[in-house]
Design a protein around this ligand. Structure first.
Ligand SMILES: *Cc1c(COP(=O)(O)O)cnc(C)c1O
Length: 222
């Protein structure tokens, strides 16, 4: 590499995560960058794989099933996170395809995933999604219902890795990230899936263990 080579978007995001982690007195290695490749074709994903990125996020089971088996033949160590809403009737397919599932937000889905995992003998990490801004149109479990959902997930022996949220779009995200971190602490959970292209550094300073970054890596979605 010559001195004139500009940093790639992946370099820039990786540096942003490392910088935010150091500010917070954390190890950069404690933050997993999930490269959100939804809507982008395999040709756009391949350069990130070639550059060493191994963790990717998709929000639709069907789209991931179409794109990823071929990519995984070349990169068997790539891992795939489902970050979008999941219908219970797709639990089997999701458990077969994904290494982590981030939008577990209701008892019926907990039960469907537990059944799918028992059948498949495969146990993707699960993040319970919290509707952190109490927005009617958003997925996620209401904050008040989180203890019951967590009890149910633990009773079903779901591998609960932590909590996930998407803060309200047009408000300062930091208070919501801090609230999710507190909810996780209170619940004895260490994983925090929070932060997207516009706010991943803030999320890392507030404890994110998984940031879900799409457009900052791939450019704007159509
Ligand atoms: C699309 C998406 C992201 C990535 O969003 P960017 O703003 O492109 O980084 C993160 N999390 C979820 C749940 C998403 O659906």
């Amino acid at each position: 590499m010559t001195a004139a080579t500009p940093p790639t978007p992946l370099d820039a995001v990786t540096a942003g995560i490392a910088h935010a982690a150091r500010i917070a007195g954390r190890e950069p290695a404690g933050v997993t960058l999930i490269a959100v490749s939804k809507t982008h074709p395999a040709e756009a994903i391949a350069p990130l794989l070639a550059a060493g990125q191994r963790v990717f996020g998709e929000n639709r089971v069907q789209e991931a099933a179409a794109k990823w088996p071929a990519l995984r033949e070349s990169y068997p160590d790539a891992t795939l996170h489902l970050i979008g809403q999941l219908q219970s009737n797709k639990a089997d397919e999701a458990v077969a395809l994904f290494d982590a599932i981030h939008a577990v937000d209701r008892a019926s889905l907990v039960d469907a995933l537990a059944a799918a995992m028992a059948k498949a003998g495969r146990r993707p990490d699960c993040f319970l999604q919290v509707n952190i801004g109490a927005e009617a149109q958003k997925g996620g479990c209401p904050i008040a219902d989180l203890p019951a959902l967590l009890d149910r997930a633990r009773a079903a022996d779901l591998p609960v890795a932590g909590l996930m949220c998407i803060p309200p779009a047009d408000l300062e995200p930091a208070p919501y990230f801090a609230l999710l971190a507190k909810l996780a602490r209170d619940a004895g959970l260490t994983g925090l899936s929070m932060g997207m292209s516009s706010d991943y550094e803030t999320a890392v300073t507030l404890g994110a263990t998984h940031v879900r970054v799409g457009s900052a890596l791939f450019g704007a979605r159509a």
